[in-house]
Design a protein around this ligand. Structure first.
Ligand SMILES: [Zn+2]
Length: 281
């Protein structure tokens, strides 16, 4: 059943929007201090994420990590956990509410309740020039979830085992020694590194298009707390056509860790959120 628009429908539609979470009161990261400390940082490790697979990496608080495109356009799905407590993990929904649908330099990856603190801050994005294109698309979204074998089964039937969800599950299980079923419960909605996405204007559907990333591009972060990360090189490759299959050209991704000689000036690791948790009782 559909409904007839009321007489004042246009007036109701014309009401201007109000930003849900104004961030003027949000403590701002001191990017100049982060960049200054980064200048003398030395590389302490790296991992290469194989195409259609995932790998874990650890970054102590106060260090930096960089995700690079090295061989060809490739999208990465990033999960983050507190290295000492996996119940604290990246919360893409609240990150989106605070920073918008796509992240770039100065944006932070926030953890879920009851912690709600910045886990990592983006300090450099070589795709920051892209902005929002004519389709309403931008890069590095926090709106997609991660490609997964359940949705694939639902929409296409059949089994595909190299979706980002499964890649992240295997990598987390290998890193922690947890059985696969337990590891799976720790995998969460991602930051879609290098992915170019938006919502169609006519139907509001989530769409993707070929990533503008090229070899030499990177996204770099400062670790605010001790982190365990997992990155999947999505089977969608540059996500120009399809994912959840072996059809797309896929490339590796490089993760490098850097340690500065001293932490950024004035920086201290953020504490967990100070709300009392009494919930009115
Ligand atoms: Zn994927």
């Amino acid at each position: 059943m559909t409904h007839i628009a009321p007489d004042d429908a246009e007036a109701r539609r014309a009401v201007p929007p109000v930003v849900c979470y104004p961030v003027a009161t949000l403590p701002r990261p001191d990017l100049a201090a982060y960049e200054a400390a980064r200048r003398d940082a030395v590389k302490t490790g790296e991992i290469v994420v194989a195409p259609r697979d995932a790998a874990c990496f650890r970054v102590p608080a106060g260090r930096y990590f960089r995700i690079s495109c090295t061989r060809g356009p490739q999208v990465g799905d990033l999960n983050l956990w507190n290295a000492a407590d996996f119940s604290e993990r990246f919360y893409s929904g609240k990150t989106r509410a605070l920073h918008g649908s796509h992240l770039t330099t100065g944006g932070r990856m926030w953890s879920g309740f009851p912690y709600l603190r910045p886990m990592a801050c983006i300090i450099d994005d070589t795709l920051d020039w892209y902005g929002i294109d004519a389709f309403g698309a931008s890069v590095h979204d926090v709106i997609g979830t991660r490609c997964d074998p359940y949705t694939h089964r639902l929409l296409s039937g059949g089994e595909y085992h190299h979706c980002c969800h499964s890649n992240l599950t295997r990598a987390f299980a290998d890193e922690t020694g947890l059985p696969l079923a337990e590891a799976e419960a720790h995998v969460h909605d991602v930051l879609n590194v290098f992915m170019c996405t938006g919502f169609t204007r006519d139907t509001g559907q989530y769409f993707m298009k070929a990533s503008p990333v090229r070899p030499g591009d990177h996204l770099e972060f400062f670790a605010e707390i001790d982190l365990l990360g997992a990155l999947s090189a999505c089977p969608g490759g540059d996500c120009s056509s399809e994912h959840s299959s072996d059809a797309a050209a896929c490339h590796p991704l490089l993760v490098e860790i850097f340690s500065p000689s001293a932490p950024p000036d004035g920086w201290t690791p953020p504490g967990r959120n100070a709300y009392s948790r009494s919930h009115g009782r």
